[in-house]
Every structure is written in structure tokens, then in C-alpha cells.
Design a protein around this ligand. Structure first.
Ligand code: 5AD
Ligand code: SF4
Length: 474
């Protein structure tokens, strides 16, 4: 296990978790597609763009792979394990391919981009290989593949943002949705494959973002999460020649749609989150008090090798600043154990910065060398796997302590909670989140409520992952 937390409760990355969409009425469509997504939320959002493109071609979504005429895997390359999961899944589809003549199998996303046509040679089961910037060409590629040609398009673009495509919401709770605001990444973190698989940074037209968010609100959604690999470098210049818009300004525009619409965002690079963003958050109570601020390592020396462009002290000062302007802000992190040359002392620095930042939650991984990255070319992957895993276990143990402590401090407090649906374990209880992105579960009462309602909930008890409460009645 690389991630040892209750990831599904959280929004950011659902590494290795697949989802199948809603099922369309099979009689309504000529053909059916099945899609599974892996990796970060961007990938899940991209699958909704793909669903929209396919729907325009007369394809309906199905939850059942054996019903499908087209099976798509939207893949992730961030760690080797993510790639292994996809390869395994492809061999599982082998049998279906044998049984159903004409069934097409496609690989989308980061792994398609990284391996390109090699995929077709290596994995003889695959008919289509489509990179993250080439989804508009899916209809042609499907036609080509249907005639037995090997269809590949992995061209990266400098301007594709799919701005005009209205995503088809797949397996949505009808309350919270993800809205992509930019694509690609210009940071060159030395461990990371993303700049190679998703290309250069580009921002989406703010008017199309606002249109999508308003539309979601009208449809009953009450929370949008603005997504990008590095949201704080959002920068859009409207064609009309009017002034360009930065992330703080975009946040404000989205927050103004309605006070009833919660706004979240992910992911922030600590080097780029500005005071202007923090001040904007402070001015709007519907911009959630929660920042995902990946630290990666607590050692300045390792941070330098990672090319993160901040020091340990600089990061701590950023945490201080966030809490100065937003005292009740929740902070979470991503942490990598056992990066190249990491010493025991560096590792202790990571544990120390976790305690300093008092993260509510972290995604924790051990370092996985990725082909083509700066780290792979420059540094030896020299920390033995046993040491990486031991350090990861210690990181997880510290995070567990911090999460529990943070939740215990909430006992007795009353939070505004946006109801998302039934509690997974008990349909006699509601589940929702507070502004800090913490999950609250509370028993249903005779009061008639539904997903999308805001309620006041008092916290009575907690586990490490969940706050347990009761409805406050006026
Ligand atoms: N090995 C392990 N973890 C990685 N991440 C990115 N690249 C790697 C890698 N090569 C982690 C980082 C990033 C998160 C999405 O995945 O912590 O923030
Ligand atoms: Fe995985 Fe990164 Fe690609 Fe997202 S951007 S799918 S996390 S490799």
C-alpha cells in the first residue's frame, strides 16, 4: 500500500481508484462505452469531457464492461504502481475482447502520453492510445480503430483547455462537482512525470468557467472545486483585450455566483499561493477554509534536489501566514518518503514539519522513480525499499496522531455542514463536510433534509477520519 489513508473521503487524488459512470438506458443509444479513471481529480474531470465527446457521437455510458462496445482506461503515470494497476486491468479485459468481436479498448491519459505507440506494441490488446490533449479527435480515432488500424494521437497542445465542452457528470452526488480551470504544469519538480505527460501550463477562459459553475448551481449543485495542477498560476487574458485575470480574481468571480455555492480549489504550490488569494478567501465565507499545500519533504536540502524552490523555513512561514489571515483554515499535504539521498536527519525534518503544520490530512507515498524525470536522469534512486517503507510507516503514524488530535479539538464545536448523501455505513445517518473539508456524520431526525442542504451540526465524538455529531435544532 502506498497510500494508507481514507482517500475516498477526500477530493484530491484517488490514486488507483477506478470508477464506472452511471448507466444510460441501453435502448437509447446505438453503442455503449465503459470508462475507468485512475489518478488525480484532473483525470476524473477529463473523463467527463471524454463522456461528453462520446455522447455527441451517440455513445451512452454503461457501468458494465461486458455490455460495452468501447472500453476506455484513463490512466495515471505518477508512480509505478499506478501503471502496474492499469496493465493488470488490461489483461483482465482480454477475455472480453476474445468473446466480443469488434470490442475496442483504448488507453487515455498520462500513461498513453508517456508510452505513446509503444503501448500498442507492448500491450497487443489495445486499439487506441490517446493523450490528454487529443480527446477531441476520439471520434476519428475510434473510426480508424474500427477498421483495424492502430489509432494513436498523443500530441500535446499549448492552448487546448476543452473550454467549450460541457462535461457529462459521471457518478456524481449531484451536490459537488469538479471544474477544470487550467491544464498542464510548468513547474519542474524533479520527481514528477506530469510536465512530460500533460505539457505546458494553459488557463481556461474565465467566462466559460463561470458559465459552467453557474450552470451547476442552477442544477442544484452546492460546491465546486476548481482544479488545476497548479491553480495559483491561473492567468487568463480575454481576447477582448481587457485586463488579464489571476487566480484570486477568478476565485472572487466564482464566489460571487451565490453565497450558497461553496468554492474549493486544488492544488496549490506553496511557492505560488499569494496573500491576495488568502485575503480573497477571508472576504468570502463561501470560499472554503481549506488549503491543500503539498510540502513533499521537510528538509531544505531534499527540497532543493526536488526543485521545489522553497526552503523549510519559507514553507513554515507560509503556514504561519495562512493561519494568521485564516485562523480556522484546514491544511493538508502530500509527502514523499525516501527521495534520492534522503538521510535519517532529512526524514526527521519531514516528521517535524508535519507536526509544525499540524496537517489535518496527508497523502503519503514512498518515492517511485519515473523514467524521463529530472531525478531519474540526475540522481540515483539510492534509498533501499525497506528504508522507504519504514519511513513511510513513521510518516503515516505521525499523520494519524495529527488527524486524531485535530478532530478531538473539534469536539463540542458547531459547524455548518453541506449534506452530500447518506453515510456509507448507515443509511439512517447523513454524511457531509464542513468548510475545512472534514467529513461529518450525524443521525437523521424527523426533520426533512436532502443532499445539497446546509445544516448546523454539533460534534460529539470523533474517529481519526470522521467527526460524529448531531443536528442542532433552532
Ligand atoms: N514518487 C512518489 N510520489 C510522487 N508524487 C509525484 N511524483 C511522485 C513520485 N515519483 C506525489 C507527490 C505529488 C502527488 C500527486 O504525488 O507528493 O504531490
Ligand atoms: Fe496521474 Fe499526475 Fe497524470 Fe494526474 S497528472 S493522472 S496524478 S500522472
Amino acid at each position: 500500500m502506498q497510500t494508507l489513508t481514507t482517500e475516498k473521503q477526500h477530493h484530491e487524488s484517488r490514486q488507483g481508484e477506478a470508477y464506472a459512470p452511471f448507466s444510460a438506458d441501453p435502448n437509447q443509444y446505438d453503442r455503449l462505452f465503459y470508462i475507468e479513471s485512475y489518478g488525480c481529480q484532473m483525470n476524473f474531470a477529463d473523463s467527463e469531457v471524454v463522456a461528453s465527446i462520446l455522447q455527441d457521437q451517440g455513445y451512452g455510458a454503461t457501468r458494465l464492461p461486458d455490455q460495452a462496445d468501447l472500453i476506455l482506461l484513463n490512466t495515471c503515470s505518477i508512480r509505478e504502481k499506478a501503471e502496474q494497476t492499469v496493465r493488470k486491468r488490461l489483461t483482465e479485459f482480454k477475455q472480453l475482447k476474445r468473446e466480443k468481436k469488434g470490442l475496442l479498448i483504448g488507453v487515455l491519459g498520462c500513461m498513453a502520453e508517456r508510452l505513446k505507440s509503444k503501448f500498442l506494441e507492448e500491450e497487443r490488446l489495445v486499439d487506441l492510445v490517446v493523450g490528454p490533449d487529443a480527446y477531441r479527435t476520439l471520434p476519428q480515432l475510434i473510426d480508424e480503430a474500427g477498421t483495424g488500424q492502430k489509432a494513436v494521437n498523443v500530441l500535446l497542445s499549448r492552448d487546448e483547455t476543452y473550454a467549450d465542452i460541457a462535461p457529462v457528470r459521471l457518478s456524481s452526488n449531484g451536490v459537488s462537482a469538479f471544474v477544470s480551470i487550467m491544464r498542464g504544469c510548468n513547474n519542474m519538480c524533479s520527481f514528477c512525470v506530469v510536465p512530460f505527460t500533460r505539457g505546458r501550463e494553459r488557463s481556461r477562459d474565465n467566462s466559460s468557467i463561470l458559465g459552467e459553475c453557474s450552470d451547476l448551481f442552477e442544477k442544484g449543485y452546492r460546491e465546486v472545486t476548481l482544479l488545476g495542477q497548479n491553480v495559483d498560476s491561473y492567468h487568463y487574458t480575454p481576447a477582448s483585450g481587457s485586463n488579464s485575470i489571476n487566480f484570486a480574481q477568478l476565485l472572487e468571480q466564482v464566489a460571487r455566483i451565490s453565497p450558497q455555492l461553496r468554492v474549493r480549489f486544488s492544488t496549490s504550490h506553496p511557492k505560488d499561493i499569494t496573500d491576495e488569494v488568502l485575503h480573497t478567501m477571508a472576504r468570502f465565507s463561501n470560499i472554503c477554509r481549506y488549503i491543500h499545500l503539498p510540502v513533499q519533504s521537510g528538509s531544505t536540502r531534499v527540497l532543493q534536489l526536488m526543485n521545489r524552490t522553497y526552503t523549510r523555513e519559507w514553507y513554515k512561514a507560509k503556514v504561519d501566514r495562512i493561519l494568521e489571515l485564516l485562523p480556522d483554515c484546514g491544511i493538508s499535504s502530500d509527502i514523499i518518503a525516501g527521495f534520492c539521498t534522503e538521510t535519517e536527519e532529512d526524514h526527521q525534518d519531514t516528521l517535524d514539519i508535519m507536526r509544525y503544520s499540524r496537517y489535518d490530512f496527508s497523502y503519503m507515498f514512498f518515492y517511485s522513480e519515473r523514467p524521463g524525470t529530472l531525478a531519474q536522469r540526475r540522481y540515483a534512486d539510492d534509498i533501499p525499499e525497506t528504508v522507504k517503507k519504514e519511513r513511510l510507516q513513521q510518516i503515516v503514524a505521525v499523520q494519524n496522531e495529527l488527524s486524531l488530535l485535530s478532530n478531538q479539538q473539534d469536539i463540542g464545536k458547531v459547524f455548518e455542514v453541506l449534506i452530500e448523501g447518506n453515510s456509507k455505513r448507515d443509511d439512517q445517518a447523513w454524511m457531509g463536510r464542513n468548510t475545512q473539508n472534514k467529513v461529518l456524520v450525524f443521525p437523521k431526525t424527523e426533520k426533512i433534509l436532502k443532499p445539497g442542504d446546509y445544516v448546523q451540526v454539533k460534534v460529539d465524538a470523533c474517529t481519526q477520519a470522521t467527526l460524529l455529531g448531531s443536528l442542532v435544532t433552532e
